[in-house]
Design a protein around this ligand. Structure first.
Ligand code: UD1
Ligand code: UDP
Length: 377
């Protein structure tokens, strides 16, 4: 069976890296990789870290790209790859414009689509925007739906999708498990990271921040930065914020928040560095999907800078809370976690609702029609 995996952004690359390795190791599958280049530097970081080689490299990114311009470039460029390779199936991941355009390009050609991370739903088409639309589109044209959780399976079933659904766990946990193993067994790597971040102040609690969602552009980001300014008044805190390269994020964060003694705005870091920083963190503030999945495995509390989430499992487990983008709410919720040990302890329970590190082998088993043991949290 000839399978082409197609992705183009940082989180897709992290979550597809272990699957690409599993597909390449499977004798029944002739696997190739197409990277669209929706991201440039942030994709290159992951490709290098996981030593991923792509047979097909597109280069669609433009500075401050529009959704329609990006979609148009993607569908044309992906179609040319499909024309050349004539695969039996394509695999896409999640909810990006790359995933939606590649799935639609395959559908138009009558090629089967496999959706890794199927069935996630916030229930609000405007949030996350445009991802909630993208994931519905991809699920509706997919033959194979690889749902990370039982909840995601049920959401896809409720929409009466025509494809078959497997509950696999999320491949992000496969990537995380492999990365933690590296960190735990490579003393030289651990030393390198400790030296790279020697400027961290061991006496202050580390607040790790990421944010990039389109629906938070403008007022949302200005509020988030104002809340971080308020929190930075505390003498017991240091804020580390690897700032996304999107100019709608970077320019606002740099101008509103700016550097100060205990606020470190840094460039996006390698995945291994980010995992290391998550482990060091006392508290994480994010609007990212992937971080919401990783942090519970690490037993780290997360405040999510969004009003709705398609990842309700960790909210139910009590390790993640939605706080939106109100300045007051962010400061109040973060301060409670920083000041009240009982509240903090309540959030710190380690939970693994998203996977057990075996999602990729389940997906390969499903594609090869072998016996399948589904993931249970
Ligand atoms: C995209 C995805 C989002 C995903 C996020 C992960 C869509 C619509 N959005 O959002 O679902 O959560 O990636 O990070 O698919 N840029 C660079 N270098 C890079 C990456 C981005 O300069 O390596 C800048 C460019 O100016 C680019 C802009 O960021 O035009 C926006 O990139 P884009 O992929 O369109 O959107 P993201 O906000 O990154
Ligand atoms: N991440 C990273 N470097 C960073 C920030 C985040 O490697 O500087 C990782 C993080 O661990 C997670 C993924 O990138 O696996 C999340 O990507 P992003 O927030 O860009 O997208 P989302 O998950 O929201 O789609």
């Amino acid at each position: 069976m000839r399978i082409v995996s197609i992705f183009g952004t940082r989180p897709e690359a992290i979550k597809m890296a272990p699957l690409v390795a599993a597909l390449r190791a499977e004798p029944q599958i002739n696997s190739s990789l197409c990277i669209t280049g929706q991201h440039r530097e942030m994709l290159a970081q992951v490709m290098a870290l996981f030593d991923l080689q792509a047979e097909h490299q597109l280069d669609v990114m433009q500075p401050n790209q529009s959704l329609n311009g990006l979609f148009a470039r993607l569908i044309t460029a992906v179609d040319a790859v499909l024309e050349r390779v004539q695969p039996d199936g394509v695999l896409v991941h999640g909810d990006t414009t790359t995933a939606a355009a590649a799935a639609l390009a395959a559908f138009h050609r009558g090629i089967r689509v496999g959706h890794v991370e199927a069935g996630l739903r916030s229930g609000d088409i405007q949030s996350p925007y445009p991802e909630e639309m993208n994931r519905r589109l991809v699920d509706s044209v997919s033959t194979w739906l690889f749902a990370p959780t039982l909840g995601a399976r049920d959401a896809a079933l409720a929409e009466k999708v025509s494809g078959r659904i497997w509950v696999t766990g999320n491949t992000v946990i496969d990537a995380l498990v492999a990365t933690l193993a590296k960190l735990d067994h490579d003393a030289a790597l651990e030393r390198t990271l400790a030296e790279r971040y020697a400027w961290l102040d061991g006496r202050r609690k580390l607040l790790l921040v990421t944010g990039h969602r389109r629906e938070n552009f403008g007022e949302g980001f200005r509020n988030i930065c104002a809340a971080l300014q308020d929190l930075a008044q505390r003498g017991d805190l240091q804020i580390v914020y690897p700032v996304h390269l999107n100019p709608n994020v970077r320019d606002v964060v740099r101008s509103v928040l700016g550097e100060r003694a205990n606020v470190h705005l840094i460039a996006p870091v390698d995945y291994i560095d980010f995992v290391w920083l998550m482990r060091r963190a006392y508290l994480i503030l994010t609007d990212s999907g992937g971080v919401q999945e990783e942090a519970p495995s690490l037993g780290k509390p997360v405040l999510v800078l969004r009003d709705v989430t398609e990842r309700p499992e960790a909210v139910a487990a009590g390790t993640v809370r939605l706080v939106g983008t109100s300045r007051e709410r962010i400061v109040t919720e973060a301060s409670r976690l920083l000041d009240d040990p009982a509240t903090y302890a309540g959030f710190c329970r380690s939970a693994n609702p998203y996977g057990d590190g075996r999602a990729c082998s389940r997906i390969v088993d499903a594609l090869c029609e072998r016996p399948f043991a589904q993931f249970h949290a």
